[in-house]
Design a protein around this ligand. Sequence first.
Ligand code: COA
Length: 310
Amino acid sequence: MSARGITVRGCGISVPDKVLTNEDLSATLDTSDAWITERTGIKERRVGGITSQMAIEAGRRAIQDAGLEPADIAVVLLATTTPDALVPATSATVQAGIGVPGGAFDLNAACSGFVHGLVAAAGLVAVGSGRVLLIGADALSRITDWDNRTMAVLVGDGAGAVVVEPAEGTGDLLSWNFGADGTLRHLLKCDHGGYLTMDGKEVFRKAVRVVVESAERALADAGFTAADVSLLVPHQANLRIIQAACHRLGIPEERTAVVIDRYGNTSSASIPLALDDALRSGRVSTGDLVLLTGFGGGMTWASALLRWGR
Ligand code: COA
């Protein structure tokens, strides 16, 4: 089949019902609502999620939002760092749960998984796959030591999904880039059977730098500047990281999607959760330039610039 561009059509999310507020955490940990709010921007998060269940719900909603049926999807691509099990691939559970007739595979690029997934989906579409259901889903609460205040205040569970479908011509993905530096493995990791650990200060410093470089490269590659961006949708790890990146990029916070106050850091789910919120609040119009950018353990990072098509 001939190569094709993509368009993003339909979006859906799912988060667990259980809300954990900063006050709830302060009851069991040496922390406070004031500290968490000031240092991270997080007020509450959802916990108790199961990756496949959240992914199934978000995926169904995205398909419905696109006005499609599960039978219209050719591939389920699940970005996750917290699969239900090592084997089978969680995407296969999701494929069966939604009733998609096509193939399924998982992708792990930590918190930048969704942006990697978007570009991978575009590659599949270009070689003739048909529609890809791209889901970012993570249950970080399951790999968090709830007695460790450093991690416990940051994380949450959730899932977000979009349908990536073939478009006429070059489509809506204007530019993208990936980056990784495996020598920084020690900054953020979780070994088999263990809990997430992190060097927060170093992650913070490095994250701001790589996000800004990656976002600027995506803009330059497509011939744009920060002034042209209608909406920045960054990974939601810490409000101060988002603010520092916005400041350096020269993108005002009013043109940035932020949901970290409600959900905390949901890893692969954070960008689609923020995108869905922006779409539902009418913040994205046809023709807008939307810049997605993420970073995570590895370290890995990725950006994708879209001309919003619908
Ligand atoms: N509650 C209350 N106090 C805390 C705390 C918590 N959860 N964690 C640390 N503190 C204390 C420290 O003990 C320290 O006390 P001291 O001044 O008496 O020594 C003080 O708060 C400052 O700690 P520090 O580690 O310097 O805070 P920080 O401003 O670097 O913020 C993070 C810590 C983790 C919020 C921040 O470094 C961060 O967000 N890093 C990036 C994390 C990230 O993005 N991870 C995911 C990547 S995908």
